[in-house]
Design a protein around this ligand. Sequence first.
Ligand code: 9J3
Length: 313
Amino acid sequence: MFGNSFTSPTKKSIMTHTTHSKFSRLLQVSLGVSALALSLAAGAQSYVHGPDPTTAALETTGPYAVSNTKIAAPSGYGGGTVYYPTTNTEGAFAVVSVTPGFTEKQSAINWLGPLLASHGFVVVTIDTKTALDAPSSRAKQMIAALKQVSGLSANSTSPFAGRVDGTRQAVMGHSMGGGGSLDAARDNPTLKASIPMAPWETVKNYSTMTVPTLIVSCESDTIAPVASHANKFYDSFTPTLNKALLEMKGVGHSCTNSTTSAALKAVIGKYSISWLKRFADNDNRYSDFLCGASHQADVSGSLISTYKENCPY
Ligand code: 9J3
């Protein structure tokens, strides 16, 4: 029932006969039923980076060595640090912005920079122009950062030259940065993924959202209470949107931040990596961690209070 998106007759039919080219048939024969052949059959390109995932590997630093560099002249936002895999042998990576909340700086969320980059993404953590900016402003700023980082990657003098595939962008953020991630994804449907964390917004209706969205929330949040924020946003999504809601048990508004426990970082990191891999890289190897047996084991554990999804994907 869980985790096999390839044979499900519902929602999305990935395998069709009409879309099989001779080339993809040949690949299926030569490679067997692989994620690569399946995604070619669907006409969607897959950008597979890194070894086959395991739970242990997703709960810690990934296989890529990472460097970081400060954006010298941020354009359209307050400041930024780019974390990037140092490997230069396997093409460009999807790019993810991570935005902090009201009164916060990059330090609030910068634990995600090296972690996500080590799994094969270019990550830009940002400061907003002022620490008081509204979510709608944060949305524009995170898009500006993604645009600038993608542009800098095309410059051969950049330390991360050639590492960014600017056609595959994603947003994350905490609190008002999470509200901004919702706004940015609603207004920029070409984004591949959004991960609002403890999101806060006065807007509650995201029924026009088409970008795959994973909301991470904190059960005991009194600043962005789940009943009036995370759950409302999730419930406004259409039934067919690729979506999930991961609620961390018994913890407050900062449960997704740099100050949270190692145990929570392991879970939030694993779901964030899996969501980005699945939707920004179109890498089906990660479905099990969102929908399958690995995911069920997490839900049975002690750290998650609620999990909602509309698998398979
Ligand atoms: O970004 C956030 O932590 C949201 C905080 C909040 O309470 O905003 C009220 C103006």
